[in-house]
Design a binder for this molecule. Structure first.
Ligand code: CU
Length: 519
């Protein structure tokens, strides 16, 4: 049994006793629950105060690239098996891109053509999907662009969207959770001229830092436990940040920009700091907000990103934490979903003397508001069990046909007693409302993944401006990866006006770049 119960003492003597008593009761209740449960423990996890920040945060290297004869920026990625000692003396078998765990950070600027030379060095088929990227469906790296072992795939596309923190990860149908959990993921940062003009922290790895947060369950021998799941998927009791166990970040500037990516397969985090300080939320999934939002918490479900800027004082120590997330506003029984779990994520260690940083700009970006009155179509999606609109994912069935050049409203309802999320490929959307209420600041900008709590409806609006292809579908799905693997996914194609969807979807052939055929 690897789950640890809450044992961290509060600050005063009386509260310590109460805390221990409560923790004891929690353990007993949890033990009783475990006795009748074949899956895994529902005991709450609390690592606050228990993490020794002994390891310097690893910063994923910036991927090398070169310009080819056609002026395209070419990256090389190889998925491969590896081994990593996350904790001293315990070696873990892993997957990684160009290394044993995670992958390099790809970086490109709006207007550039990129080409990724991807090779599958695993002994099983996989794909690489560009999460949050606007691009042709045949280059998307979804389940139809399966790459067999030893084969390669070379999608190319033009970067045509605002500066943002995106990421990449496998998307083979039925195997996505396993491939991501073992370590296949990396960040993809997009730049543009507007963002470059802002006085924001932007020195990669110094005051502009990727923070990829993932939870794991390790067996005593160091191996990853992959077969113990709660209903949402694997909920680990140990965090890694950029693959670093017990990380600290040396800070040399007054302000630091953290690009938070929830790279977990099932767990939702509610990030904040140990002293409850405010931070500026400057960007969400698809790019900058119009103006920064001062918050003290930002809740991210798997796949969601947030860029925050935090101000520090010389020599202080402050910890980035995850507080119990609110997974089901209508219920307090979310323990088995991780709704009572707390984590120390990473310690910030400002130097004795800090380089000055500019104040966060009060205006960040123009976010053109999409008008739901322009919608040519309104579609309803009901999330229930492991199905969307009562259908299980079928690779051969195209569920929705969208006409290029139109705006659509999608109404996504969770009609189920479990938390789900909703992710759309190809486009970034804007949130119109959540159960009829205006979206909070963290949902006011571009998004591609959104939490949809039980019995909640979210309405989003998006514009499908280009890339018509009747035979290459994009996906929409729950981004709890186990749910996705179990069929909580559907497919849509974007077609020219009056065009039909193809009878059956095109499958990318191994070793062949279908994407390039479409230019
Ligand atoms: Cu789900």
């Amino acid at each position: 049994m690897t789950t640890q119960a809450s044992t961290q003492p509060p600050t005063t003597g009386t509260r310590t006793l109460v805390g221990i008593a409560l923790a004891g009761i929690a353990v007993v209740i949890a033990a009783v629950m475990v006795a009748g449960c074949a899956v895994s423990s529902s005991a709450k996890v609390d690592t606050v105060g228990a993490v020794r920040f002994e390891n310097r945060l690893a910063i994923p290297s910036l991927a090398d690239s070169e310009l080819d004869s056609e002026g395209r920026r070419v990256f090389t990625l190889t998925a491969e098996p590896g081994e990593r000692e996350f904790r001293p003396g315990a070696s873990t078998e892993t997957f990684g891109f160009n290394g044993s765990y995670l992958g390099p950070t790809l970086r490109a600027t709006r207007g550039e053509e990129v080409l990724v030379d991807f090779e599958n060095g695993l002994d099983e088929a996989t794909t690489v999907h560009w999460h949050g990227m606007h691009l042709p469906a045949a280059a998307d790296g979804g389940p139809h662009q399966l790459v067999e072992p030893g084969e390669s795939w070379t999608p190319s596309w033009e970067i045509d969207q605002p500066a943002a923190t995106l990421w990449y990860h496998p998307h083979p149908h039925g195997e996505t959770e396993e491939h991501v959990y073992r370590g296949l993921a990396g960040m993809f940062i997009l730049d543009d001229a507007e963002e470059a003009e802002l006085d924001l922290p932007r020195e990669y790895g110094v005051d502009d830092v990727p923070v990829i947060v993932q939870d794991k369950r390790f067996a005593d021998d160091g191996s990853l436990i992959e077969d113990e799941r709660e209903r949402l998927g694997i909920l680990g009791d140990t965090l890694l940040v950029n693959g670093t166990y017990g990380p600290y970040l040396d800070v040399s500037t007054e302000r630091v920009r953290l690009r938070l990516l929830n790279g977990s397969t099932a767990r939702t985090y509610d990030f904040g700091f140990s002293d409850q300080r405010d931070f500026d939320l400057i960007a969400t999934d698809g790019g900058l907000l119009e103006r920064p939002a001062e918050l003290d918490r930002i809740q991210l479900s798997p796949g969601e990103r947030a860029e925050i800027v935090v101000t520090v004082e010389p020599r202080e120590r402050v910890v980035l934490r995850s507080y119990p997330p609110d997974l089901d506003p209508g219920s307090d029984t979310s323990r088995e979903d991780g709704g009572e779990d707390s984590f120390d994520v990473m310690q910030l260690r400002p130097a004795a003397q800090l380089e000055p940083s500019a104040a966060v700009p009060t205006e960040l970006a123009d976010v053109a508001e999409l008008d739901p009155d322009d919608a040519a179509e309104t579609r309803d999606f009901e999330l229930r069990s492991r199905r969307i609109n009562d259908e299980e994912m079928d690779m051969e069935r195209i569920d929705e046909v969208v006409e290029v050049g139109t705006t659509e409203v999608w109404e996504v309802e969770n009609g189920h007693g479990q938390p789900h999320t909703f992710h759309v490929h190809d486009v970034q959307f804007q949130v119109l409302d959540v159960d009829g209420e205006d979206p909070p600041p963290e949902l006011s900008g571009w998004k591609d993944t959104i939490q949809v709590p039980p019995r909640t409806q979210v309405r989003v609006v998006m514009a499908f401006e280009d890339y018509a292809d009747p035979s290459s579908p994009y996906m929409y799905h729950c981004h709890l990866l186990r749910h996705e693997d179990e069929g909580m996914m559907g497919q849509f194609v974007v077609v020219d006006p009056g065009e039909q969807a193809a009878e059956s979807p095109a499958h990318g052939e191994p070793g062949h770049s279908h994407a390039e055929d479409h230019g």
